[in-house]
Design a protein around this ligand. Sequence first.
Ligand code: SF4
Length: 197
Amino acid sequence: MKQRDKLGPLLAEIRACRLCEAHLPDGPRPVLQAATSSRLLIVGQAPGRKVHASGIPFDDVSGNRLRAWLGIDRDIFYDAERIAIMGMGFCFPGSYRGGDLPPRPECAPTWQPRLLPLLTHVQLTLAIGQYAQAGMLGTRCGRTLTETVAAWRSHLANGVLPLPHPSPRNQLWVKRNPWFESELLPVLRREVAQVLR
Ligand code: SF4
């Protein structure tokens, strides 16, 4: 069976998943997009409440900021033929004391080993936030998010660009690390344009 023929049924299986239903206060609603032709892979944390409601990945202020970082509009961002988008957890895990809970630990080990090998055209992976960086970089991950993102040049050589989460909560991080906007973002835009052209 061709990769393309395997991906459709797998996405349907994922979208019907209820594996950790008992731990999801708002119930399962897996949110992701992917096609075998996707050339850019964006891996984030997990959907927030707004994305859980819309069912559209990064359909929130964080998504607006991410699209500005990447230099692309919504039409390109939501074209699964070009861009695959997923979290380390596919469903909204709930929130606690004003912040979202971590992605459910069952999700990535259950689905990623089946899903990622089908995305054979991915040339660049963006690992957004500490959970995605741990998942995508493994032992190459730094001790802190700042350490991991600061080593972006060496990770890029292996096809992965680590980024902070584009949440407005991280404005202070961006201010404290001016190299992110002056050095990393121009390279990010150039790499993304090259991969998507
Ligand atoms: S978070 Fe993942 S494992 Fe849990 S129900 Fe959603 S898709 Fe299934």
